[in-house]
Design a binder for this molecule. Sequence first.
Ligand SMILES: [Zn+2]
Length: 408
Amino acid sequence: MNRYQVTPSEKLIIVTDVLPALLQGNYQPTASDGTCQVALYIEAGQVSQIRQLFNETDLSVPPGWQILKLPNQWILVPAFVDCHVHLALDAITGFKGLTGPVADEIIERRLREVAEGGIMALRDGSDRFNTGLQARYLSRKLSVNTIRPAVIATGRAIFRKGFYGTNLGGEGVTSFHEVENRLLQLRKEGADQVKVVLSGLLNFSYAESTDPPHFSLEEMKAIVARAGEYGLPVMVHANSDQAVRLAVQAGVHTVEHGFFLSAETLQLMAEKDVAWVPTVVPVAAALDLYQGSSREEKAIKKIIEKQLKMISLARELGVTMGLGTDAGAPGVDWKIGYRQEMKLFARAGLSAADILTIASENGAKVLGLNKKMGKIASGKKPCWLGLEKNILSSMENFKGPAGIISFR
Ligand SMILES: [Zn+2]
C-alpha cells in the first residue's frame, strides 16, 4: 500500500479522479463511471482550493508548488469511519475471552490494523474495562508520529441490573439516581458519547426477537435528556422493532444493530433523523460458527436477509446509515470486517457511491467528526484513501485501500 503524509510546510497539488458526491461543492461527472478529475490544492496542511479539470491545460501550477498525480485507475475518497467496534475484544473469543484490562500493546496493535484498513475514525461500543477511553488516550499519543484512527469513546455502558450488559458496563443500574451518577462519572472521565443497552443479544435459535425493552419510554427519555445536558449523544443497543421504536421515540442519536425492525420504524427514523448502524457482519460471521446445526443456520440466514432488505429500504427512505462492524466480536477482523460489511451493503443493492458515502460522510456525522472529515472539502485536512476504480462496477472487487493520504 502507498502512503503519503502531507506536511504543513508543503504546497502540494494532488491530481486525481473523484466521485462528485464525495466532494463539497458543485462538481460534474465527466467520465462514464461517474467520476471527474480534480486538482486539490493543499497548503498549511489543509485544502485551500478544489478545481475541476476538464482538460490537461486547466491545471495551473503556481511557482513553488509540487504536483502529485495519482494513478489513473484510482479514485480518491474520504477515509472510512467504523461506527461500532470493541477494541477490548480479540475477534476470536469475543467477551468470553475478556477477563481483565487489555494491555496497551494489544490495543496499539489493533489500532494499527484498523488504520491499515483505511479506517481513520472509530467509535468504541464499550466494555466493562473502559477500553474505549484507554484507546483514545493511546491513539492521541501515537498520532503525533504515525497515522492512527481517531477514537470516540463511550465509557462503560448503562444497562439495567439483572439484564444483558455486564460485559459492556460492569455494574447495572437499578434507579434513575444511579443513571445520573453514571452520567456524571462519564462526563468526568471525558466520554464522547453514552451507550445504553436496551435489548439482549441475538438468539440464533430464532429468526425473531421476543425480548421486551429493558427500559420504559419514560426512562429512556429521561436518560437521553440528562445525557443531552452533559453534551453526550446516546447510542443504543436495540434489537426488536419495539425496542428500536422506543429508542427513536426517546430521541436517541443512533440505533445499533436494530435487527427485526419494521418499515414503519424506519420511516420514523428518517423523520426524526436518527442514524442506524446495522452491523450485519458479526451475524454473517456467526454463520461460519453454526454451520451444520441446521436450526441456527436457517435462522441466521433469515436474520441476514431481513436486515439486508431493511438496509435497502432505509436507503430508499433516506435514513442516515453508518457503517459499523462490531469488530472484535468472534470472526470479525479489524481490517477485513469493514470490507465484508461494505460487501453486505452491496448485496442489499446499494451502489458503490452510496456505500462510500455511508462509510465516510455518514460515519463522520455519527461520530460527531463531520467538521474534520467525511468529505473532500476546502478547509479540511487531507485524510483520504486511494481506491481501485474497479469497485465502482462491483464492491466484490474491493481488496482494501491502495493508498492512504494523511497529514502530519
Ligand atoms: Zn457491539
